[in-house]
Design a protein around this ligand. Sequence first.
Ligand SMILES: NC(=O)c1ccc[n+]([C@@H]2O[C@H](COP(=O)([O-])OP(=O)(O)OC[C@H]3O[C@@H](n4cnc5c(N)ncnc54)[C@H](O)[C@@H]3O)[C@@H](O)[C@H]2O)c1
Length: 360
Amino acid sequence: MLSHFNEFYRGKTVLVTGHTGFKGSWLCIWLKELGARVIGIGLEPLTERDNFILSGIGGKIDADIRADIRDAEKLKELFRLYRPEIVFHLAAQPLVRLSYEIPVQTYEVNVMGTIHVMEAIRSVDSVRAALMITTDKCYENKEQLTGYKENDPMGGYDPYSSSKGSCEIAIQSWRRSFFNPGEYGVRHHMCLASARAGNVVGGGDWAKDRIIPDCIRSVEAGRPIELRSPQAIRPWQHVLEALSGYLLLVKKMWESPREYSGGWNFGPTTATVATVLDITSKLVSELGTGTITDVSGAGEVFHEARLLQLDITKARTELGWSPRLTLDETISLVADWYKRYKEEDVYRICVEQITCFGRL
Ligand SMILES: NC(=O)c1ccc[n+]([C@@H]2O[C@H](COP(=O)([O-])OP(=O)(O)OC[C@H]3O[C@@H](n4cnc5c(N)ncnc54)[C@H](O)[C@@H]3O)[C@@H](O)[C@H]2O)c1
């Protein structure tokens, strides 16, 4: 996989928003290894143990910028200065529970922030491909047993999910109005797509209310892991699976801009759909330490979607992308990072995992 992308990304100027976050830091490491000129825009990382800090990726990329995507003029200024050719937009307020506490800010960052990024793209003539990262939660969740397809209606119950559904509607509008594939080469030279992935797991995520970070915090503190919804079924995916889809899609968008715009699902296979309890048990076993307690029914109850699956037929057939890791391999990679991060060079751990993933 690493060599497959090698020549495409080498020397290209790639701007990543949200580069200080969990997925963004992994993406920057991968892009750096592929030889891209990487420009990162984000806020300060939240903890000293974030993958961004521990890997030292901020010092390895070409520009590590702190800026707020709610500041439209600042974004335009940065786009004029760095003239990116490719944009991956990941910056967001990405947490469902927090979105109940700060719904307005969630919308400001997720919806207006995305619109500001698209307007910054419009303000320069350098960008040829832009991928906006939303989520599987953008779909109107009918708790159906079959996976959601790209043309299913947008929706979302909580402020986070609905903000991402709103992002998708805005992205569709900007694509129709300003980056219409039918007008490529006449009115513009830009291909705009969005990517919807499910919960991703991987080393260096310390976000609140996400199952893996919660487990690691408990294990490190010597406390039992408390599960609020042990039987909740989630599609689990390693962060590298989703990122490999993003990287492949952008390469295709660049090569055939009229064909690859639109929405794309990057979910796991049904073989990696599992309950929260299954995942936690596997993690404890891989870590070789930790205990689990069921606390369902305790504490304040928020509405949480029970079942979310993505239909990935489009990515499979049109991109040739499919998930590579089994559930056990996924959890094993996650545990590997958390077992080693205190003692070893984290950048090397990440590159090792990317290389290992690429060999599969
Ligand atoms: N992690 C998951 O399981 C998951 C699942 C589906 C979708 N996503 C999406 O993937 C993207 C990345 O998620 P993540 O898990 O890495 O999140 P994260 O919280 O680790 O990172 C978020 C990034 O966005 C930046 N950011 C937040 N507000 C900003 C602002 N106002 N201006 C500039 N930058 C800002 C942060 O500084 C950080 O770099 C998000 O769009 C999220 O919605 C994540």
